[in-house]
Design a binder for this molecule. Structure first.
Ligand code: HQG
Length: 169
């Protein structure tokens, strides 16, 4: 299941063409077509969707997409939402000098990914080593006109976080 989940993330976020798929502009693809391209059954795909720890995939009207994390060009069409006053970002110490100088940048993805809880940020940072958690002053950013969007699986997305709105937790 984890292996299939990783393949699904890969082809819905980064490399649809590698298995002959084309995503629509919002990142959706027909479930049947997706299962066929991955050489699994739609039931196997749906099992991963239902069991996924982070609810990474959304299925609506017979189509599937990744809820966040894309590097291919998609417009998720999420509405702008008012964030909680403080959000968190998990990273590692080796990135800190650049982050504190340039702010958080989306790097290869579409948006900077922020978490509502410290626990989630710790998990995100731990993917790369000993986690370091940054606090984002989302209230001040919002007041300054920065837009935030909430993915279907609870990840807060924004284009960038300037260094003056960041501090170590
Ligand atoms: C860092 C996973 C240098 C940033 C997670 C991060 C998340 C900078 C890395 C989702 C920087 C980018 C996204 C700057 C940011 N200079 N480094 N100015 N600005 N960085 O993977 O947030 O399991 O694109 O700190 O749970 O780690 O895939 O972003 O370390 O929700 O569903 O550059 O991916 O979700 O890495 O993770 P990523 P992320 P999934």
């Amino acid at each position: 299941m984890i292996r299939l989940s990783k393949r699904m993330s890969k082809h819905l976020r980064h490399a649809p063409g590698e298995v002959g798929l084309t995503l629509d502009p919002a990142g959706w693809v027909e479930l049947d077509e997706f299962a066929r391209a991955l050489r699994v059954t739609t039931d196997q795909v749906l099992e991963v969707v239902a069991a996924n720890d982070k609810q990474r995939f959304a299925v609506v009207d017979g189509r599937i997409r990744a809820s966040q994390g894309h590097t291919v060009d998609v417009a998720l069409d999420l509405p702008v939402a008012e964030p909680p006053p403080v959000l968190f970002h998990g990273t590692v110490a080796r990135f800190l000098p650049d982050i504190l100088r340039d702010g958080l940048r989306p790097m290869r993805r579409h948006d900077v990914h922020l978490s509502a809880t410290v626990e989630t940020a710790v998990r995100v940072g731990a993917r790369r080593g000993k986690p370091v958690v940054l606090e984002v002053d989302a209230a001040a950013m919002s007041a300054a006109g920065h837009e935030f969007r909430l993915s279907a699986n609870g990840v807060w997305l924004t284009a960038a976080v300037p260094p003056n709105h960041l501090r170590e937790h």
